[in-house]
Write a protein that binds this ligand. Structure first.
Ligand SMILES: [Zn+2]
Length: 197
């Protein structure tokens, strides 16, 4: 099922893959899959109801070519430091997903910041996880179909460092099951595969 599609270094997307039903968020001008944008709006309403800050989209859908540019830029930094091509690639890939390996290309992943953080030079900061909004998200985002995709205690499974700002839409039912069982998407898709035998 598309909403559960696993994308990582082991399961990259083809360079020509573009999700269908992309739609643009008016506030941020960010593109996301329609189903994820709708859920994001509902989630923001949930935050507001609790008297918390609604969130601003910093990143959503990222085309393959864009990820390629991001990655290349990072790789160049390491090449300039004197690393050879392979070492520069490896070092860059510890920080940025290589092209095809970012789930942002799916259109179902969002990076978020509070309104007060959104204008920082780098609005995606670890301390977001300790804000009231960040804490609320970790507990309640699954009710809106989102999961914290790269938790602190699962970095060896996801292969990605803790990103409190990165949420992935999987749908409410799956998100709640994953939360209950403390599964990452890697673990959950693996679990579903075994269940179906
Ligand atoms: Zn992200």
């Amino acid at each position: 099922m598309y909403t559960l599609q696993l994308v990582n270094r082991d399961y990259p997307l083809a360079s020509h893959f573009v999700p269908s039903h992309l739609t643009q968020d008016k506030q941020s001008r960010i593109w996301v899959c329609k189903v994820a944008l709708k859920a994001f709006r509902a989630l923001n309403k949930g935050l507001e109801k609790k008297g918390l800050s609604s969130l601003f989209l910093i990143s959503g859908y990222r085309p393959y070519a864009y990820q390629e540019r991001l990655f290349e830029r990072k790789k160049q930094v390491f090449l300039k430091q004197g690393l050879d091509d392979k070492a520069a690639y490896n070092k860059a890939s510890q920080i940025i997903a290589p092209p095809g390996c970012s789930e942002h290309q799916l259109g179902l992943a969002i990076d978020v910041a509070t309104w007060s953080m959104k204008d920082l030079e780098d609005p995606l900061i670890i301390s977001f996880g300790e804000t009231k909004e960040g804490c609320w998200l970790q507990n309640y985002a699954p009710y809106y179909g989102f999961i914290l995709r790269y938790p602190l205690d699962k970095t060896t499974i996801t292969g990605v460092s803790y990103e409190p700002w990165h949420y992935r839409y999987v749908g409410k039912e799956h998100a709640l099951t994953m939360q209950k069982r403390q599964f990452t998407l890697e673990e959950y898709t693996n679990f579903l595969k075994k269940e179906s035998f």
